[in-house]
Design a protein around this ligand. Sequence first.
Ligand code: 9MR
Length: 383
Amino acid sequence: MPTIDRRALLAAGLGLFAAGTATAAPSPTLKQAAASKGRRFGSAFAFGTRGADAGTFANPDYAALLRRECAVLVPENEMKWQAIRPAADRFDFARFDAMVAWAHVNGFAIRGHTLFWAYSRWFPEWLTTHDFGHRPAIAAAAILTDHIDTVTARYGQRIDSYDVVNEAVDPDTGQLRQTALSHAMGGTEPVLDHAFRTARAAAPHAELVYNDYMSWEDRNQHHRAGVLTLLEGFRKRGVPVDTLGVQSHIGLFAPTTDAGALARRLEPGWREFLDAVVAMGYRLLVTELDVRDKGLPVAIGPRDRGVADFARAYLDIMLSYPALGDVIAWGMSDRYSWLRTFEPRPDGAPARGCAYDNAFRPKPLRSAMLGALTNAASRRRPR
Ligand code: 9MR
C-alpha cells in the first residue's frame, strides 16, 4: 500500500527515519537473544505526533529503543474498535495506518490487537446500544464480518498474527462474558467462532490467537479453568485457533521480600495449565509482558530486584516450551506504562514494571529478560 504509506507518514508529520538520541542498548539486544532461539521479541507502541513525550514511534528516543530491541510491534490501543470504528458504517484508520507504515519501513513485523475485544466494558458506545433489527443474529454477524474483513484486507501480509478475540472469559466465574453481540447472536460461542472462522478465511496467512490475562498468581483458578474450557470447545467445534496469547501482566500483590520463593510456589499450577494448553495442540505467545510491583518494597533497589527475579522465573517457565513463539512487552519504558495510571501503588510511588526506566536506562528486568531469552528452549517452528 505505497500510497497509504506516504499519506499516513505525512499525516503524522514524520519522515521515514527519525533519528534517535537515547543511549545505546547493552549488547546483545533482546531481539538478538530471542532470534538465537527462533523467536521474536517485541513491544507495544502508540501513535503520536512528532516529538510527543509518549511511547510512540514519533518520539525519537522511544523509536530508537524500539529499533534496537524489538523485531515485532503491536499497537497498544490504535487497532481497537474504539479507535478505528467510530460507527457501524464508518472506519477511521488514520492513526493506525501511520503506525503500520512506520513499522513497515523500519523493518518490524506487526501483530494485530485486537479484532474483537469480547468485553462490553471496552465496546464503543454505539455497539452497546446498537439496534440489531428484526434479524439480530444476521445483523450482528455482519457487523463483525465487516470489521474483520475490512481490517485484514487493508493490512494484508503486513500483519502476520492477530489477537482475533481478546478476554472473552470472566475471571471471577470462568464463564464466557455476555455482550450486545452475544445477546444478538444467541450466545458468546457463536460470536467467537464466527470471529475466528472469518479471520481464517480473510487472512489465511496469519496466526490466529485467542488472547487473555489468566495468570499464574493465586485467585486465577477460575480464569484458567474457563480458558481451558473455551480452548477445548474450539477444538471440538473445529474452530481455527492456532495459539493462546498469554498476556503476562504478572504481579506481586501481597507484601513480598522473596519473589523467587513465591515463583517456585506458583510454578506447578502454572505448568499444569500450560501443559494442558499445549496438549490440545495450541502454540503459545507472551503478548503483553510487564510486572505489577505493588507487594514489593518502595525502595528502588529491592523493588527492581524483586520484579526481575519474579519475571525471570516466569519467563524461564514460558521459554521452556518449544511451542512458545513471540515474547512481547506491554511497552518498553516505565515512563509510559499503563500500570502507572491503571494500577497505582497504594503508596503512590510510580510503578516500575517495564524493562527500561523513566529515562530509558535499562533495569534489572531487562537483564532478566535477556537471560531468559538466551537460555530458552529453541522454538519449534509451526507447520
Ligand atoms: O494499555 C492499554 C491502555 O492504554 C488502554 O487504556 C486500555 C483500554 O483500551 O487497554 C490497555 O491495554 C490492555 C490490552 O488492550 C488488553 N489486555 C490488558 C491491557 C492492559 O489493560
